[in-house]
Design a protein around this ligand. Structure first.
Ligand SMILES: Nc1ncnc2c1ncn2[C@@H]1O[C@H](COP(=O)(O)OP(=O)(O)O)[C@@H](O)[C@H]1O
Ligand SMILES: [Mg+2]
Length: 275
């Protein structure tokens, strides 16, 4: 059964015009219960359609609910009202079709790079050889060929995030949730990670939701940027980013600068926090 599922995703990922990985968010809100019976509204009712295979960013001030929205899509946090659907199915809990890469390196330190990627394939009843082939291929795709037997502690921050990427992509998830994944990396390393991420995304066609508070990062990577208000956040504006890729930060087009100024202007409005 599971291998059939895995195979199906691979086929659909290579088929253009497919409808896999569509997310429909309708009036979804999240209220947390805090000590003393207090309620914290983390996400105001939010509606958003994310097209299959698209790359979208969520930008907004700290504490506006970006991570909360991402976690709700992943089924890690229950929504208080509204609905979130993945390919028509309501999200009710953690879904193996959804992969995550967060800022903190969630690698197993006692496994090698290869061991970490192999772990993700554990639930798929495919042969040991096929598992190894796929894991090696995924590590190659992120430029870690020859580093398969290295432990996370021996890798740089950027390389660790490449392992995390490989581990997530190796299962061909329909949706990839990324929460400020490159926030802890230096600017140079981040440029390399953007190239790697876009290459893999173009090859595998997962839907990507990318949270960042870096306007340039959103403009370099995504098809659409959704700008959120200060908490409890909601989407106040959606920007289509139509510039051809690769979009190089050192060769910004006029359109890039116009978009950048516009978003920074929105984030500087009163009540938007300290951005
Ligand atoms: N588990 C939780 N319990 C209570 N409050 C939370 C919880 N997670 C987040 N919050 C609160 O919800 C709001 C939004 O948080 P978050 O989604 O992490 O914002 P962002 O990722 O945009 O910085 C913040 O006020 C935060 O303190
Ligand atoms: Mg966050």
């Amino acid at each position: 059964m599971m291998s059939a599922v895995l195979k199906l995703h691979e086929e659909t990922h290579t088929m253009p015009g497919t409808d896999v990985g569509r997310i429909d968010i309708e009036n979804a809100s999240v209220v947390f219960n805090a000590p003393g019976g207090r309620k914290i509204e983390a996400l105001a009712p939010t509606s958003l359609v994310i097209e299959p295979g698209s790359f979208i960013s969520l930008i907004g001030p700290s504490g506006c609910g970006k991570s909360t929205l991402l976690n709700a899509v992943g089924g890690f946090v229950p929504i208080t009202s509204g609905t979130i659907r993945l390919d028509g199915e309501p999200v009710t809990g953690i879904n193996p079709d959804v992969g995550v890469v967060f800022q903190q390196y969630a690698l197993f330190p006692w496994f090698t790079a290869l061991g970490n990627v192999l772990f993700a394939l554990k639930r798929f009843p495919i042969s040991k050889e096929e598992r190894r082939d796929r894991a090696y291929q995924a590590l190659k795709e992120v430029g870690l060929e020859g580093r398969e037997n290295t432990f996370p502690g021996q890798l740089s921050g950027g390389m660790r995030q490449r392992v995390a990427l490989a581990r997530t992509f190796v299962t061909s998830p329909k949706v990839l949730l990324m929460d400020e994944p490159f926030g802890a990396l230096d600017a140079q390393t981040r440029v390399v990670m953007h190239e790697i991420l876009l290459r893999i995304w173009e090859a595998r066609k997962s839907t990507v939701i990318f949270v960042t508070h870096d306007v340039d990062e959103a403009l370099i990577l995504s098809d659409k940027a959704h700008i959120m208000s200060a908490g409890p956040g909601r989407i106040i504006e959606t920007m289509d980013i139509t510039d051809a890729r690769p979009r190089l930060a050192h060769q910004m087009t006029e359109n890039f600068l116009v978009n950048r100024n516009h978003i920074i202007g929105l984030l500087r409005q009163p009540g938007m926090g300290d951005h």
